[in-house]
Design a binder for this molecule. Structure first.
Ligand code: SF4
Length: 335
């Protein structure tokens, strides 16, 4: 189905692309010409955190390469079943920062809305891979969270998160944004999303019009970890959003075997710059159960950051940071 037009090209409906998924590890391997035994650690065909890869993203993975950095982010590995001390289900103790279902309040002046449990892709290192979405999203969806925001005039910024807020339709987002816009003490709106990285078509004309609002200057924080995740289509759509007044930032996670080398990180910053997106944070992995094989030591992370600073202008070097439970802000290991 062809439903949209962007930059003169007809593009398929993002919702159809979102539904066009690979959900089976063996099928994913077969599509890429790989045998499961070629994968380091093998595959996990029965994970509690199901495999979910849009075919749109699959097209960017190199067939026949068991070490492809994009594949590594999405293929359920047998190593996810390793029990590693220090790794748990709620690595950031978010359960302690949930005043009402659907809302997290960790930092001064900011609150995060869990608007959905759905994601366009399941990232194997996700710190919310064990998050109890049902208890946050059942019943009067969003109502308690919005009531809490109305009752807390000290909150100035609201962050739409999840799950991934851009898996919601534009109509649902518009309804939520209308409710937030009516809360007078909110003066910043931020959206965290990885959906455009796996399905660039999500940044469609309708969304651009929605975010181009006089009520507030919207910040969209993307989540790209590798330069190959930013193709010309995504870059063009990001630049168009920038022209519409949206501030664009990127948060990456430092991941072993994906982006833990200076050349890849520098190329990521270059691609982001081409797209009009500022590299904002490079996060150290959160210690979530199932993801320990992605960890990079602080020693190596700091050395990589030094190497980036030697290659790039300061504004293209992301802050190396870690989130630690109970702290009032992220811990910046190197700025
Ligand atoms: S898109 Fe974000 S929330 Fe969803 S699995 Fe990936 S990292 Fe987690």
């Amino acid at each position: 189905m062809i439903t949209q037009e962007a930059d003169g090209w007809q593009v398929p409906d993002w919702r159809r692309l979102q539904a066009d998924l690979v959900t089976d590890a063996a099928e994913l391997c077969a599509l890429l010409g790989l045998r499961p035994e070629q994968l380091p650690g093998g595959i996990d065909g029965d994970s509690d955190f199901p495999l979910r890869v849009p075919r749109r993203y699959l097209a960017r993975i190199t067939p026949g390469d068991p070490h492809d950095p994009l594949l590594r982010q999405v293929l359920a590995s047998g190593r996810e079943r390793d029990t590693v001390p220090g790794y748990g289900a709620d690595p950031l103790a978010e359960a302690d920062h949930t005043p009402v279902p659907g809302l997290l309040h960790k930092y001064h002046g900011r609150a995060l809305l869990v608007v959905t449990g759905a994601c366009a892709v399941h990232c194997r290192y996700c710190f919310r891979r064990h998050f109890p979405y049902q208890s946050h999203l059942s019943g009067g969806r969003w109502k308690q969270a919005l009531d809490w925001l109305r009752a807390h005039p000290d909150i100035r910024e609201v962050i739409l998160s999840g799950g991934d807020p851009l898996t919601l339709s534009n109509q649902r987002l518009a309804g939520l944004m209308d409710e937030l816009a009516a809360i007078p003490h909110l003066d910043r709106l931020r959206i965290h999303s990885r959906t455009p990285v796996v399905i660039p078509e999500r940044l469609d004309d309708e969304l651009r019009a929605l975010l181009d609002t006089p009520r507030w200057r919207v910040t969209l924080v993307l989540h790209a970890n590798h330069p190959r995740e930013i193709d010309a289509d995504l870059a063009g759509r990001c630049r168009a959003l920038g022209r519409a007044g949206v501030t664009l930032l990127n948060q990456a996670v430092l991941l072993a075997g994906v982006n833990d080398d200076a050349e890849t990180l520098a190329a990521l910053s270059d691609r982001l710059h081409d797209a009009g997106v500022l590299p904002y944070y490079l996060h150290q992995l959160d210690a979530v159960a199932g993801a320990a094989h992605f960890a990079v030591s602080d020693h190596r992370a700091l050395a990589l950051h030094d190497a980036l600073r030697a290659r790039l202008p300061g504004f293209l070097v992301p802050r190396l940071a870690r989130e630690e439970p109970g702290r009032h802000s992220k811990t910046v290991l190197k700025g």
